[in-house]
Design a protein around this ligand. Structure first.
Ligand code: S3P
Length: 442
């Protein structure tokens, strides 16, 4: 298959119900927690993607076995402190920051050493954020400038820590929680709010973890070294994957979409809150709870004009993976100036997404003013493109690829977008679903 995608026509109106791929964050966490549970867990609807596959390969190297069945995967957990590694074990986290950060925490008490590597995108990302708390636990880590490759040697002399996580990073928080499970005594974390799937799952499994929250912070205390039983879990749909179709529908003409069975955990729905403030025609129906998580169907209709937004900073973490799409719609559908602040974390993703988004918007003729990590986007809902657009050099970032496809299918112009393979990390059936809505591309 060609690794470039060409799009020459915008999408025709559509009215459909769809499912998108399963939640990546939950899929990875289910595997990691099942691997240290006692006994056989069954995970249904696990995301079938490269990041999840890297996670399965990683736990296999720790001595965990699994069987892929037709509708689920059976994973045989080895219990806390049950990992066994061979000499010279290399773990390849591929493109996955979540796996890389979490596995380091999970390996804090390992009787042995591992070397952690990743692809070119992951190898340029910062690991000081997890090296610092892991060093406080007593773990021995050597790295290349606080980046991959990382060598970790576990210890059975871990000590519990009190830690303030101030970036709003769920990967860092989860890494600390995983290490706390291996550590005797009580670990306490004060964390700027971020997605909370790890702690919700542990709570659901009756693990001795306490969670308190106020407006901006979460306070977690975890008692280490308590074993927990295996579990069954059905992974819901991913709000981050659904978001591409939400924005497609809002930007397309006369279209309507229902996206079924999506995880609408409050720590993930920044995009829905932002779109509501922008007066988009969007709602959640059939709300229900499942094992500590909230699930719902998202109903969305094309909206002619949106309002601009002064985005409250406390939505940044809950919308962190959706800002490329939010910027696109603010630039092309809203009247007025939208502002976003303190987006430093956005440049620390699979690609420097803030820089890339600004270049992208300017390329299609949208005015953007930037002051460090704050931006103002001057909306132009009359924008209609006609030129040729070539999207390349974006570190194969799956979300940049998919956002560019949504722009191409709604704004006219002739587009060539490189690295279609990038979707394999999180949303392999993205293009198939688009086709089912009538999108044309080669
Ligand atoms: C994730 C957390 C977020 C997010 C990433 C997945 C997770 O990263 O951007 O795609 O599953 O924990 P940070 O926690 O570093 O913000």
């Amino acid at each position: 298959m060609r690794n470039k995608l060409t799009i020459k026509n915008i999408i025709h109106p559509f009215k459909k119900k769809i499912n998108v791929s399963s939640d990546k964050s939950l899929s990875i966490r289910c595997i990691l927690l099942a691997s240290i549970a006692l006994g056989k867990s069954k995970i249904f609807n696990l995301l079938d993607s490269e990041d999840v596959n890297s996670t399965l390969q990683a736990v296999k190297k720790m001595g965990v076995t699994y069987k892929k069945k037709k509708n689920f995967i059976e994973l045989y957990g080895v219990g806390i402190n049950g990992f066994k590694v061979k000499k010279n074990t290399v773990i390849d986290a591929g493109n996955s920051g979540t796996l890389a950060r979490c596995i380091l925490g999970l390996c804090s008490s390992l009787d042995g050493k591992i070397k952690l590597i990743g692809d070119a995108s992951l190898s340029r990302r910062d690991f000081s954020r997890v090296i610092k708390p892991l060093n406080l636990f007593g773990v021995n880590i050597n790295s290349h400038n606080k980046m991959l490759p990382i060598n970790l040697e576990g210890t059975n002399l871990l000590r519990p820590i009190n830690y303030f996580e101030n970036k709003g990073s769920a990967q860092v928080k989860s890494c600390i929680i995983f290490s706390a499970l291996n550590t005797p005594g009580l670990t306490k974390i004060k964390a700027k709010k971020s997605r909370d799937h790890t702690e919700l799952l542990l709570k659901h499994l009756n693990y001795p973890i306490k969670i308190k929250k106020n407006k901006n912070f979460e306070f977690i205390s975890i008692k280490g070294l308590e074993q927990f039983k295996s579990f069954n879990y059905k992974v819901p749909g991913d709000i981050s994957s659904a978001s591409f179709f939400i924005i497609l529908t809002l930007m397309a003409k006369n279209s309507e979409l229902i996206i079924k069975d999506i995880n609408i955990n409050p720590s993930r729905i920044g995009i829905l809150k932002i779109l509501k403030k922008m007066k988009a025609n969007i709602s959640v129906i059939n709300r229900r709870t499942y094992k500590g998580e909230l699930i719902g169907d998202i109903k969305v209709k094309s909206t002619k004009y949106l309002k601009s937004i002064n985005c409250p900073e406390n939505l940044n973490s809950a919308a962190i993976d959706e800002f490329l799409l939010i910027f696109l719609i603010a630039g092309t559908k809203s009247k007025g100036i939208s502002s976003f602040s303190n987006l430093a974390e956005l440049n620390k993703k699979e690609s420097p997404r803030l820089d890339i988004a600004i270049k992208f918007l300017r390329m299609i003729g949208i005015k953007v003013k930037q002051k460090k990590n704050h931006i103002k986007i001057f909306g132009n809902p009359k924008l209609k493109l006609s030129g040729k657009y070539y999207i390349k050099k974006f570190f194969k970032d799956h979300r940049v690829f998919m956002m560019s496809v949504i722009a191409a299918l709604t704004l006219n112009g002739k587009w060539t977008i490189e690295d279609r393979d990038s979707i394999k990390t999180s949303f392999p059936n993205f293009l198939t679903i688009l086709k089912s809505l009538g999108a044309e591309f080669k």
